[in-house]
Design a protein around this ligand. Structure first.
Ligand code: NAD
Length: 249
């Protein structure tokens, strides 16, 4: 692949020329080429190897916090070991050319480490540790670990309960501020790029339809067709690291 499909190049150029705004919605596929497994879609994806109900719910935490904390510390280590790829860097470069809001479902920090400002982490962040009981914020750990092991979570200095990762678990509400920013970005944009998401997790998966109802052109970048493909104006079957650098030339 060596060129942007003509229709996509045209709509991006029109957005820049007419003073439009871009919203980029990213999902786990955005980080796949940095070596962070997606949740779904491949034999090594996270939910094909682990049971989400034992690891990513508040009930799982109450039942076995050491198991859940050990799994998240392993994921934190995988993110610490990973580097942003050319697609992450391309989005940072694109934001210097056109007003761009970046909304991510990812809980890693690869966009920030590539130089982007993330407007909304709609599913929270791995390193935004907080107390399970009182919500007191705690700073990230330095001593991460290889492999999944049981680890007793640290204790909150404010109330003594256990400290949890700052991600949104199944069944939990999205952070209000992040969701408000995401909706605002979707409603205001003239072009939305939807990169590396299966489109199965709501309400985030509803943002492209919202943008389109408000008049934006919506473009999907993903190597596979997804649940959202039929709602798109344009679909580019490509990976994030292949496609995004081509958009900035
Ligand atoms: P998902 O795992 O459900 O879907 C991944 C999508 O990425 C698929 O459509 C797949 O075809 C696509 N994909 C795979 N490789 C790609 C590539 N190289 N370039 C572009 N696309 C590629 O992920 P999702 O839709 O984001 O939804 C599920 C949840 O997963 C989110 O809530 C997110 O918080 C969480 N998650 C985050 C991370 C992370 O932070 N890196 C990792 C795993 C899961």
């Amino acid at each position: 692949m060596d060129a942007v499909p003509a229709a996509i190049a045209e709509v991006l150029q029109r957005t820049i020329d007419t003073g439009g705004t871009l919203c980029v919605l990213t999902g786990a596929g955005m980080s796949a080429e940095s070596g962070i497994p997606t949740f779904r879609g491949t034999h090594d994806s996270l939910w094909s190897r682990f049971d989400p109900m034992r690891l990513a719910t508040a009930d799982a935490w109450r039942e076995d916090p050491a198991l859940v904390w050990g799994w998240y510390r392993w994921r934190m280590q995988a993110v610490r070991d990973a580097q942003p790829h050319a697609g992450h860097r391309a989005l940072a470069a694109l934001a210097r050319r056109v007003p761009l809001s970046l909304v991510t479902q990812n809980v890693d920090d690869l966009h920030e480490r590539a130089g982007s400002i993330v407007d909304a982490h709609v599913h929270g962040g791995l390193f935004a540790l907080r107390c399970f009981a009182c919500g007191h914020a705690h700073t990230a750990l330095d001593d991460y670990m290889e492999g999944v092991q049981r680890v007793e979570p640290m204790r909150c200095t404010a109330c003594g309960d256990r400290i949890r990762p700052g991600v949104v678990w199944f069944g939990e509400a999205l952070p209000d501020d992040a969701w408000t920013s995401a909706v605002d970005a979707a409603e205001r944009c003239t072009l939305m790029l939807v990169v590396g998401t299966s489109g199965l997790v709501y309400p985030a998966a509803g943002l492209p339809a919202l943008a389109r109802r408000k008049g934006a052109t919506v473009v999907e970048i993903n190597p596979e067709p997804t649940a959202l493909s039929t709602e798109m104006d344009l679909v580019w079957l490509a990976t994030a690291a292949q496609a995004l650098p081509l958009l900035v030339g």
